[in-house]
Design a protein around this ligand. Structure first.
Ligand SMILES: NC(=O)c1ccc[n+]([C@@H]2O[C@H](COP(=O)([O-])OP(=O)(O)OC[C@H]3O[C@@H](n4cnc5c(N)ncnc54)[C@H](OP(=O)(O)O)[C@@H]3O)[C@@H](O)[C@H]2O)c1
Length: 264
């Protein structure tokens, strides 16, 4: 597949890394205005680095946009004359709606809107995608790309803001929970390196149990909570202190904020 990533920053390079590791590309254009700090990516034989977005678009079939929202309109205007039927356009830009993209380049192009997260660099992104009418036929192609970089699902565009909170901001939420568990483990006597390892891998084990068994979390909780035991006592204390409630409130607060930002 000939892919161009327009905007080789944090997310763009994470996607690039995932695509390279998974041998998902024949050529991969990486663009940014100042290419100096990504020069070492040319060590990969498929990668071409350039600040020329137009060349990248002309030479590629799938164009992934990973620039900041304020630059997106300008870049779309810059390349719109070069987009044809063969191109599949994939936007990762937060808050930029499909109708806004169509308003610049027209509705007769395949447009996919996606919301990945930074775990894409290790092939573990939870990515939500949706498309315009013309892009419906290309949804499977987009899913195939994102499934190589983790797991993807198609959702209605109205749920994209909610997906941003759960999946993109969600990385930060889970990191904080892992950090808190690490702090607890240090208090129980583990050194910080051990504590971090215990926290990370227990978190991964818990998620893997659910992914592989398809079970509800409460079923797995039942398996480890002996009546009158230490687990239920600790868990109930966490709930008395507002564990579930504070997570839900934080998620709703983030959602309100993202809606406010998109109104402004
Ligand atoms: N980070 C996340 O977890 C995440 C998750 C989902 C979605 N997103 C979305 O992904 C987008 C990128 O986020 P990010 O964190 O990766 O931002 P970032 O690190 O700032 O990367 C954006 C890149 O775009 C380049 N750029 C700016 N203008 C350009 C132009 N005209 N042509 C080509 N490249 C240009 C910048 O480099 P130069 O200044 O050198 O040009 C920069 O490297 C945002 O819209 C964000 O909403 C991010």
């Amino acid at each position: 597949m000939k892919i161009a990533i327009i905007g080789a920053g944090n997310l763009g390079l994470s996607i690039a890394k995932g695509l390279i590791i998974n041998n998902a590309i024949t050529t991969l254009y990486l663009t940014k205005r100042n290419t100096q700090n990504i020069a070492d990516w040319e060590k990969y034989k498929e990668v071409i680095i350039t600040s020329d977005n137009k060349t990248a678009v002309k030479q590629s079939d799938v164009i992934i946009f990973a620039i900041q929202p304020r630059h997106f309109g300008g870049v779309l205007h810059e390349i719109k004359g070069l987009i044809n039927e063969k191109h599949v356009l994939i936007s990762t830009i937060t808050g930029f709606k499909i109708f806004q993209i169509e308003a610049i380049i027209g509705a007769n192009n395949s447009i996919i809107r996606s919301m990945p997260n930074t775990a894409i660099s290790v092939g573990k992104s939870m990515t939500c995608i949706c498309s315009n009418k013309k892009g419906e036929k290309q949804i499977e192609l987009a899913k195939a790309i994102f499934d190589r970089l983790g797991t993807s699902i198609e959702i209605p565009e109205e749920q994209m803001q909610a997906a941003t909170v759960i999946c993109a901001s969600g990385i930060a939420f889970w990191m904080r929970l892992i950090r808190a568990t690490t702090q607890g483990a240090i208090q129980l006597g583990f050194d910080s390196e051990e504590a971090h390892k215990l926290a990370m891998n227990t978190c991964m084990g818990a998620a893997s149990l659910l992914i592989e068994s398809g079970k509800h979390p409460e079923e797995e909780i039942d398996r480890v909570t002996t009546p009158r035991g230490c687990t239920i006592e600790g868990l109930n204390e966490m709930e008395h202190q507002g564990l579930s409630s504070s997570l839900i409130k934080g998620i709703v607060t983030s959602f309100n904020k993202i809606n406010q930002i998109s109104k402004d």
